[in-house]
Write a protein that binds this ligand. Structure first.
Ligand code: ADP
Length: 632
């Protein structure tokens, strides 16, 4: 045992798990030796008997000494077909029922995982915390026997999809050299009463078995909220057993690691029988069973929905947040994957890599990996042997904004789309200098006939009141430009109004930026905060006021700068798409003040496109909790 193993910062190598595995290996070897000895004794006996038989002239009798007895079922002959049919029916009906209760996990052996903690990059804090938990797992006996503590049984990995929850858990199991039993919560669910709980029991049984055999095992339950959601109300989740039944089973199983194994139970029964015959002072005593060394990792992106009992001590009592990577984390992930993918020399330039890390705010590790894969496809299309900077930019645009799909628009409609988008971009330029204009386009992508994509210049986690108001103004840019140039607006403003309304409702109901300091988020219940703000006459009126004021501001702004809108519109009609600095160039050529000018008080981001008339979703103001959202 290695007391130092608990204190060190790396993964401890000389652990209890290694010791148990070695002990089990030796026991297995001893069993094999006993078995081989028995077979040898049998073979020698048989040979000796044969020799004796031959010597005494009883050739052939040796068969009768050791041959297997012949089975005969007298009188069954006429019933044999019926019996066979019955057995077949039982197998057909009962077989699937039995199979349905089996554990639905997938078993990965340590050698099969092919990754270690060195492959988890850009998540240093998470890895550090995970290693601490792993060392407790590896040195469970030191903790229990020498220090009187209780090993950690469950850890919850919380974070958006694709942030590496499964990946980190696999790396941990590979480092520990123990089996990894992966299961997705949906695989537990069954339409038959009792089967969901049976599957959960079988899964934990498999975990205990693997842990006893290998010195430890790591279980991973994906999307644990699907079976562990709070036991309230009339929720119908959790299969036929209902949520309460399934959560109860989970809670019971999380406490099951001290249960004796089947073999230990059988030995206990035998001891009981023997002890009944022994005087009180001479009874045989069995050592209490050693707990199975299991670590269960639950993964979810909705930890708040979990039943509180699951998060109590002894269950999933440690939550590790696996967040989207920071800029330096993204840089490390890009370095890691670029080292494994053929790329051109321009992507070896550290400045280019930094720039790519800076413009992929909100990307999860898996999205960065896929982005480079997509860039490889673009490289192949142009006949390249490795991905280059331009391929990555193309891939980025495709994954963020969608594939360009030419749409047959009438000339007036095309002009209206261009005016609408030019309106957004002009307002963004004039009022929101903190935003960087990335793409202005009238090429149809997904459901948008056109879009303005803009990002924060710096990586930000919160928004100020003036920034939200600017986003609302940008959203009104399209509507007011249509009004100004066509005298009326089109249905294409729907998405803009939706986004503006959502932002204004959050200002009033959640962020204390309206006339009230009362937070509607404090009202318990599942109603969406925007619905709460709009459902109340007082707050709905405040939302209306904020929207009206923003629209009036934008009217004033675009009346005074109609020339800028016209210039951008014409450039769009000519070129279809303006990328990055091209937008500013058109505006400056038309007389706008250059970026950095203090009077340019002003610009959205990939991930926040502004759709044109006819397009539905907007997403220009994606301010949910002012947190970056993974771009699905
Ligand atoms: P989650 O379970 O959070 O949805 P996964 O663990 O399935 O996400 O991650 C998906 C993929 O993303 C992994 O298979 C791996 O290729 C990549 N990945 C995730 N996190 C990292 C990381 N920190 N470093 C390198 N690659 C990562």
């Amino acid at each position: 045992m290695d007391l130092a193993g608990l204190a060190q910062s790396g993964v401890s190598r000389n652990s209890d798990v290694t010791e148990v595995r070695e002990r089990n290996r030796q026991r297995r070897l001893r069993r094999l030796a006993v078995l081989l000895a028995l077979v040898a004794v049998l073979a020698v006996t048989r040979a000796t008997l044969a020799v004796v038989d031959v010597a005494e002239g009883r050739a052939g009798a040796a068969h009768s000494v050791l041959a297997l007895p012949r089975l005969s079922l007298p009188g069954l002959g006429p019933y044999a077909p019926a019996l066979l049919l019955t057995l077949l029916l039982v197998a057909v009906i009962g077989g699937p029922m039995l199979a349905m209760g089996r554990s639905p996990h997938v078993l990965y052996r340590p050698e099969e995982m092919g990754i270690g903690l060195a492959d988890v990059v850009g998540a240093d804090t998470v890895v550090e915390e995970a290693v601490k938990t792993l060392n407790l797992f590896l040195n469970h006996r030191v903790l229990r026997e020498e220090m009187g503590g209780n090993p950690r049984r469950g850890v919850l990995f919380e974070g958006p999809p694709g942030t590496g929850k499964t990946y980190i858990a696999k790396a941990l199991a590979a480092e520990a050299g123990v089996p990894f039993l992966f299961v997705s919560s949906s695989a537990f669910q069954s339409m038959y009463y009792g089967q969901t709980n049976r599957k959960i029991r079988s899964y934990f049984k498999s975990l205990r078995k693997a842990a006893r055999r290998e010195g430890g095992a790591i279980g991973f339950i994906e999307e644990i909220d699907a079976i562990g959601s709070a036991r309230t109300g009339m929720s119908g989740g959790g299969g036929r057993e209902g949520v309460a039944g399934v959560v109860n089973e989970l809670l019971i199983q999380l406490q099951s690691f001290d249960h004796p194994s089947g073999w230990q139970r059988a030995r206990g029964v035998l001891l009981d029988v023997v002890n009944r015959w022994l005087p009180a002072g001479r009874r045989l005593v069995e050592r209490p069973p050693e707990p199975a060394n299991v670590l269960v990792i639950g993964a979810t992106n909705r930890a708040a929905d979990l039943d509180p009992a699951l998060l109590r001590p002894g269950r999933f009592d440690r939550t590790i947040s696996v967040d989207l990577p920071s800029r330096s984390g993204r840089r490390q992930i890009l370095d890691y994957y670029l080292a494994r993918k053929a790329h051109e020399a321009d992507l070896d330039d550290p400045l280019r890599r930094d720039a790519l890390a800076a413009t992929t705010f909100g990307y999860s590790p898996v999205m960065l990996e896929r982005l480079l894969d997509e860039a490889l496809v673009w490289a192949l299309r142009r006949g390249g042997r490795g991905l280059g900077w331009e391929d990555v930019q193309r891939a980025k645009m495709t994954s963020e904004l969608g594939l360009a799909q030419p749409a047959a628009l009438t000339e007036r409609e095309r002009r209206c789309v261009a005016t609408h988008e030019a309106g957004h971009a002009t307002v963004a330029w004039l009022v929101a200098p903190e935003r960087k204009l990335e793409v202005l386009s009238i090429v149809k992508r997904r459901s948008s006939l056109g879009l303005l994509a803009h990002t924060e210049r710096d990586e930000r986690w919160t928004v100020t009141q003036s920034e939200v108001e600017n986003l609302i103004r940008i959203a009104f840019g399209g509507m007011v430009a249509e009004e100004l140039f066509f005298g009326e607006t089109s249905s294409g403003v729907a998405g803009d109004l939706k986004a503006a309304t959502e932002a204004a409702a959050r200002m009033v109901g959640s962020w204390g930026m309206g006339d009230t300091l009362v937070s509607l988020d404090a009202v318990p219940g599942p109603v969406h905060p925007v619905a709460r703000a709009l459902g109340d006459d007082g707050t709905a009126r405040q939302v209306e006021t904020i929207l009206g004021r923003a629209r009036d501001d934008v009217r004033g702004l675009l009346h005074a700068n109609a020339g800028l809108v016209a210039a951008l519109r014409d450039a769009l009609l000519e070129r279809d798409e303006l990328i990055g600095p091209e937008i500013g160039e058109v505006l400056v050529a038309a007389g706008a003040l250059a970026p950095g000018s203090p009077a340019r008080a002003h610009s959205p981001a990939p991930g926040s496109p502004v759709p044109a008339p006819g397009a539905d979703p907007l997403g220009v103001i994606d301010l949910r909790d002012a947190q970056p959202e993974p771009r699905a």
